[in-house]
Write a protein that binds this ligand. Structure first.
Ligand code: OGA
Ligand code: MN
Length: 226
């Protein structure tokens, strides 16, 4: 008898990326429970336990000149990801491969990516909002992953995704999904299409939120290119 060779597991994302891609085509959003590769999840979990109060800043709404902090809209804290740790690099590597996959499959033209760690303490929330507005900034696809172990229904903190509709529409319940922020769950959706909110939780809640952008220098041209 001889020992079987030890094979180092290499995370193969292709079936996950294919399912995300198919969901985006079919519905405009995708929810993959417990789907983030284990090695990446472990790195990210370790990393967020090392982040201290100084690494986070109160989250704002709007950009640059319009940037404002509002206790009515959101109360979480964020830490922008720059790739200065092993975990953040692994995260960026993973989102880059997702970006490449979606560009090849769907010709989305995703050009750049920004993301932050979010920390909601008990009672924190982020009221219903959209991540982008048509004709405004060029966020096209949002991705959220969750880093909470043993999350139970009683802990709250769900992400509620709504159908995009006029407020006067006669539909009473326009929720399309209610997502528990459990470890490794991945949510991807078209940024301009889905209003969503974060409900208050009973305990600390950790997530990463990120956005793929189109190429600004092309899409912001007001005049037709001649
Ligand atoms: C956001 C956001 C969702 C979540 O940061 O824009 O909607 O579940 N986050 O953390
Ligand atoms: Mn959002």
């Amino acid at each position: 008898m001889f020992d079987l060779p030890i094979v180092t597991p290499i995370s193969d994302n292709s079936s996950l990326f294919e399912s995300i891609s198919n969901n985006i085509v079919d519905k405009g959003y995708s929810i993959s429970p417990y789907a983030l590769p284990k090695d990446l999840t472990t790195l990210l979990l370790e990393h967020i336990t090392k982040l201290t109060k100084e690494n986070y800043a109160r989250a704002g709404i709007g950009r640059a000149k319009e940037h404002a902090i509002s206790d009515f809209i959101r109360t979480d804290e964020v830490s922008w990801i720059t790739g200065n740790s092993e975990a953040s690099c692994a995260w960026i590597k993973w989102t880059t491969s997702l970006q490449n996959y979606l560009n090849r499959r769907l010709f989305l033209g995703l050009f750049s990516f920004e993301s932050h760690y979010s920390h909601y303490t008990a009672g924190d929330f982020y009221k219903k909002h959209k991540d982008a507005f048509k004709g405004g900034e060029n966020r096209v696809l949002s991705v959220v992953v969750y880093l909470n172990q043993n999350w139970s229904a009683a802990d709250g903190g769900e992400l509620v995704i709504y159908e995009n509709q006029l407020s006067a529409a006669p539909i009473v319940d326009n929720r399309v999904a209610v997502v528990r922020p459990s470890l490794g769950t991945i949510v991807v959706f078209l940024s301009e299409e889905f209003p969503h909110e974060v409900l208050p939780a009973k305990r600390d809640r950790y997530s990463i939120a990120g956005w793929f952008h189109l190429n600004n220098s092309i899409t912001n041209k007001a005049e037709p290119l001649s």
